[in-house]
Design a binder for this molecule. Structure first.
Ligand SMILES: Cc1ncc(COP(=O)(O)O)c(C=O)c1O
Length: 461
């Protein structure tokens, strides 16, 4: 059965990249969970806006007025996308989802005595801000990387009452989608507000309307121009000082006093990324045109084919929930006897396929999925402290979006089967112990020379 949505091409989909056999091949991004290329309509919106680009909220000129209107129209679009039109909720533009969560962690004025309930499934973006600002009560996961609503309810019900439930809407590692509606209801029943990290969910399913706070990014939903969003009730941002302080956030400054301006501008100090906001609004229009039912059907087909295809490759272990559990088109796996970095390097250099490897900014989750015990983790901790990344734990992740078809998944699975077949690779690969990454040996230039930015790591956490 083919996906209901015809694949939607993205800018750059037809780009050819060099492989170690000297051939150029069409690049296949199997890494949309990390970041996505632009939808053509997004690029067009950016190109038609750029001649009108000017300062936002800071100029009397015609172009400034027009740029300000575009920025505020984008704010309306993100509120609509999050199902908040007609409410008193506000949208605050941030750099990305990470900044959005840090922003909220600041505005909640938490202290080390406050408890935040979160889970071991989280991306570091929804883990580290809470661990720094408060005391975290972690919901554990099963060996398949899932948790139940009952486990979250137990954590919510334990004393002292938590200040927040901070939970992902979808895992960036396994594509697993927690029972979000149940979690939000359970938290609200106990008077606990909820932040949903929707960075992965946003390009796949509607954002949760009932969550108090939602954070996500444009660059994972085909608007790679650098904006993120934090949505929440206006009154959550009216007390105390803003997260960032500076120009644009104030009504009056003397050397003795600051009168902060109204929300959301008080939370957006400095010149905003208006191009990023325009791009995100254009992407939102495209999502509205495609419609969630078609997107979900497309994702379901891709996810099923991807996970079944990977699980069928000999020597490959798919991590995460059972094959009959519906996930996003995101799949993470390990390969018997082959380092994750080598699998990723061979897919790139021999097959022109881009994947991510490592721990995907979710170290506690990966440790659980890989079944690493305390002794193994202590060993890896010692190596990390010594700057040796040669044997860091990890896995390989393949993820797809609207531009993918079943043919993309088949191409990926064929390449994976070839790389893991036991046949010797066509070139020698060498590992850089400082990053853990593998590269075709220098004799395979020009692939190395043109593509590998040494010594930047492909997989920092
Ligand atoms: C679930 C999840 N949350 C948060 C983030 C952080 O997003 P950003 O890079 O936009 O800050 C990511 C990025 O991969 C993610 O997958």
């Amino acid at each position: 059965m083919s996906p209901l949505l015809p694949p939607v091409p993205l800018v750059g989909d037809d780009v050819l990249v060099p492989c170690v056999d000297g051939e150029q091949r069409e690049y296949l991004s199997a890494d949309s969970a990390a970041s996505t290329a632009a939808l053509p309509a997004v690029l067009e919106a950016v190109e038609s806006f750029v001649p009108w680009y000017s300062s936002v909220h800071r100029g009397a000129g015609y172009k400034s007025q027009r740029a300000t209107r575009a920025f505020e129209a984008a704010r309306e679009a993100v509120l609509r996308f999050a199902g908040r039109q007609g409410t008193d909720d506000v949208a605050i533009f941030c750099r990305n989802a990470t900044e959005a969560v840090n922003h909220l962690a600041y505005c909640l004025r938490l202290s080390p005595d406050d408890v935040v309930v979160t889970t071991v499934v989280e991306h570091h973006a929804n883990l580290l801000p809470w661990a720094r600002a408060a005391s975290c009560r972690y919901v554990e996961c099963s060996p398949e990387g899932t948790f139940t609503a009952a486990a979250v309810e137990e954590a919510l019900g334990a004393p002292p009452r938590p200040r927040l439930l901070a939970v992902t809407a979808a895992s960036n590692v396994t594509g697993w989608v927690p029972p979000l509606d149940e979690l939000v209801s359970a938290a609200h029943a106990r008077g606990v507000p909820v932040l949903v990290d929707a960075a992965q969910l946003a390009p796949h399913r509607p954002l949760p309307k009932e969550a108090d706070f939602v954070a996500w990014s444009g660059h994972k939903m085909y608007a790679p121009f650098g904006t993120g969003v934090l949505i929440g009730p206006r009154q959550a941002f009216t007390e105390g000082d803003p997260f960032l302080v500076g120009g644009g956030a104030v009504d009056l400054v003397t050397l003795d006093e600051v009168i902060w301006t109204g929300v959301p501008e008080r939370e957006e100090a400095g010149s905003p990324n208006v191009v990023g906001a325009v791009a995100l609004a254009a992407a939102i229009e495209q999502f509205e045109a495609m419609g969630w039912p078609a997107l979900r059907a497309h994702d379901r087909e891709l996810a099923r084919a991807l996970r079944a295809g990977i699980a069928a490759v000999p020597g490959v272990r798919l991590l995460g929930p059972a094959l009959d559990v519906e996930t996003l088109p995101v799949a993470t796996f390990s390969v018997d006897g082959m380092p994750h970095g080598l699998v990723a390097a061979r897919l790139a250099a021999e097959h022109a396929i881009g994947v991510r490897h490592g721990c995907f900014c979710a170290h506690p989750y990966l440790a659980r999925l890989l079944g690493l015990g305390p002794a193994e983790m202590e060993h890896h901790r010692a190596a990390a402290r010594a700057g040796d990344r040669a044997a860091m734990p990890g896995a390989v992740r393949a993820s797809f979006g609207v531009n993918a078809s079943l043919a993309s998944v088949e191409r990926f699975c064929r390449a994976l089967a070839q790389v893991t077949s036991g046949e010797p690779p066509p070139v020698r690969y060498v590992q850089d112990p400082a990053t853990g990454d593998f590269c075709p040996s220098p004799s395979a230039a020009p692939w190395v020379a043109t593509n590998r930015p040494h010594p930047a790591s492909c997989s920092p956490g």
